[in-house]
Design a protein around this ligand. Sequence first.
Ligand code: FAD
Length: 288
Amino acid sequence: MKPAPFAYLRPTGLEEALAALAKEPGAKVLAGGQSLVPLLSMRLAAPSMLIDINALPDLGHVTASREGDGAGVRVGALARHAHVLADTAAGEVQPLLALALSHVAHPTIRNRGTTVGSLVHADAAAEMPMVLRLLEGSVDVASVRGRRTIPAAELFAGPLESTLAHDEIAVEAFFPALPATAGVAFQEIARRHGDYALVGVAAVVELDGDTVARARMGFVSVSDVPVVVDVTDALDDPAAKALAELEPAEDIHATAAYRAHLVKVLAPRVLAAATDHARTRAGEVTPA
Ligand SMILES: Cc1cc2nc3c(=O)[nH]c(=O)nc-3n(C[C@H](O)[C@H](O)[C@H](O)COP(=O)(O)OP(=O)(O)OC[C@H]3O[C@@H](n4cnc5c(N)ncnc54)[C@H](O)[C@@H]3O)c2cc1C
C-alpha cells in the first residue's frame, strides 16, 4: 500500500526542527524510518507532516567513557544500530549493547535504523528498550520548552508508547557502564536470526567477592512493555520469580504458554552465563 499524503520537512538545525514540531500537532519525527515507514505504508499511521531529522548536525555520535558518574555509552539520535554495534569502545564499556544489538533485525535494517528511534518507538518486542530499562539508563529529550532527562523506568508507557510529549525530540540515550565486578548475558529465540524474538532474556549480575550481590533480568516480547525482574533472592529458580511478575502475552506468533516455557528454558541459562561473565571479568581485574 501507499502512505496517505503528508508534508515533508528536512530541517538543518535542532531549533528549526523543534519549532516545526511544536507548530504541527499532526507531525511525526522520521529517523531511520525502519518502523515508521512500514506503519505509513500500511496506513496504521497517517501524520500530517514528517519532520526528517537526518540533516540535523551533531547527533550521529557514539561515545564511551569509563570514568566517574558519567561512565557509560552515549548514543546520539542519528547513530545507526550498525554504528553502535561496531563501536569497540562502546562494547567494552557496556557489553550488553553489542550482545543485544546483534539480534536487532538484519544488517540492512541495522544500517539505517537508529538505536534512539528504537527506544522512542517503544516496542516491547525490540531489544533496545529492554536493555535501556535493565541497565537503568535514560534518554535526553529536547523541545521548544527546554530539555529534560527521562529515566528508562519512566520511558515506556504501553505497547508502542513512550512518554515523550508530541513536541519532543530524543537527542541522546545513555547506557550506564558495566561495573568491573558485573557480568551480562543475552539470548533470544526467534524463528530466524534477525526476526523479532518470540522471547528474549538478558541478565546483569553483580558480584561481591564470589557471591552474587545483585541479579536482575530483562524480558523481550513477553509483556506489553519491557519488564525487569530482580532475581537476587531467586538464583536457584529465576524463571519462577520472573513468571510470578510477568504476564506472558498471546499473539499470532506464540501462545502465552509457549512464551512461559521459553522463559523457563532461557532464564536459568542466561543467569548462569551472566554469572560466569561476571566471574571472568572480576578475575581479570583482581590481582592474583
Ligand atoms: C523487517 C524488520 C525487522 C526488524 N526487526 C527488529 C528486531 O528484531 N528488533 C528490533 O529491536 N527492531 C527491529 N526492527 C525495527 C528497527 O530496529 C527500527 O530501526 C527501530 O525500531 C526504529 O528506529 P528508526 O530509526 O528506524 O525509527 P523510525 O522508524 O524513523 O521511527 C520510529 C518511531 O520513533 C519516532 N522517533 C524516531 N526517532 C525519534 C527521535 N529521535 N525523537 C523522537 N521521536 C523519534 C518516530 O516518530 C516513530 O514514531 C525491524 C524493522 C524491520 C523493518
